[in-house]
Write a protein that binds this ligand. Structure first.
Ligand SMILES: [Zn+2]
Length: 344
């Protein structure tokens, strides 16, 4: 009896039954081969955020201006500003996302308690890293790159407001960040090779393949520029850090859960700028699990069904972020300058 056909049918059934995978984002052998548990866990120094304007703004470019790799333009089905996905069969998937924003006017931190929690509980997440942040936190950036749980995306070089800067600046902000990622991946590759782990580098993506708009701001034309550079724009439909002034993490969780539904993308930060996100994450993860949700990376979420898009980014309601066009200086890349102390 010819067994080939039933075998092929079985393989087909299995392939259809398995969820589509976006590919891998790292390797456990790499992560644990290059860093000790203590190095991965980090120290309180990781969480230091320097004072804005404590020194002159850092406007220096990365060591490589142009990425070696360019991406294919974004396919039509992923154009626009993605706020959520509509998973097939209503599958209860959500994506936790953490921005690692850093402007030119200071150095932000790395909230190691968040990453340590996610690692301990095997919760996948997506980090949108600023290029300058990756340069000022190379070890942390490489650890996130190496970790198979975590996906990285591009969050511009110094947090430029894409609604108000010119096209050349949009390109610099995006491509410098792509180039910085490549530089760190090359360094990771050298270390991997020195430990006999070169083959594990195949699991680390060669380029960042997602983009998040700083301040959620864009001009209509920004989306065309980003699509041409091959980067789908991923925003959110739920805020994980809503603050009523009390700082109570339970309030943030309750607020987030009002918006969360299958396919939601949840916005948070891991740059230690918001002060209680590390308290929100365990409560939110527990609440999501209780409601039957499973956390996946953004790329895996995008494979689960059609995306829901808008044409302009925002926090909760269209236009609720326009104040950022004037709040920050230098096209969004600088904090407001503190008032000069009065001389008597
Ligand atoms: Zn940001």
């Amino acid at each position: 009896m010819n067994m080939t056909r039933p075998l092929l049918a079985l393989i087909l059934v299995l392939a259809l039954a398995l969820p589509a995978r976006a590919g891998s984002f790292g390797s456990s052998a790499l992560l644990h081969g290059l860093w000790t548990e203590a190095q991965l866990a980090g120290t309180p120094a990781d969480r230091v955020v320097t004072k804005p304007w404590s020194k002159d703004p850092d406007l220096t470019p990365p060591a490589r201006l142009d990425p070696l790799r360019r991406l294919e333009p974004v396919p039509a089905n992923l154009r626009g500003v993605v706020r959520r996905v509509d998973p097939a069969r209503g599958e209860r998937l959500v994506a936790l996302t953490f921005d690692l924003c850093e402007r030119a006017s200071n150095v932000s931190g790395y909230q190691n308690e968040i990453i340590n929690f996610l690692r301990a509980h095997r919760i996948p997440a997506t980090f949108f890293a600023g290029g300058k942040w990756m340069r000022s936190h190379p070890e942390k950036a490489m650890q996130l790159m190496a970790d198979p749980l975590f996906e990285l995306g591009n969050h511009s070089w110094t947090h430029a407001n894409m609604a108000i800067v010119d096209d050349a600046e949009v390109a610099r902000q995006v491509l410098w960040t792509q180039a910085q990622y490549e530089l760190l991946r090359e360094e990771l590759g050298k270390r991997a090779a020195a430990r006999g782990l070169a083959k594990d580098m195949a699991a680390v993506p060669e380029s960042l393949r997602l983009f998040r708009l700083p301040y959620g701001r864009n001009a209509a034309h920004t989306l065309d520029l980003l699509a041409a550079m091959g980067l789908p724009v991923i925003q959110w439909d739920a805020l994980g850090e809503w603050n009523d002034g009390s700082g109570a993490p339970e309030k943030s969780v309750a607020h987030a859960l009002k918006s969360v539904r299958p396919g939601s993308i949840i916005l948070m930060h891991a740059n230690a700028v918001p002060k209680n996100t590390q308290l929100v994450v365990p409560l939110l993860a527990a609440a999501l699990e209780k409601q039957g949700y499973r956390c996946v990376t953004v790329s895996d979420l995008l494979l689960s069904g059609p995306v829901e898009t808008v044409q302009d980014g925002y926090f909760e309601k269209p236009g609720d972020n326009v104040q950022y066009d004037t709040l920050f200086l230098g096209g969004g890349t600088l904090h407001p300058r503190p008032a000069e102390p009065k001389t008597p």
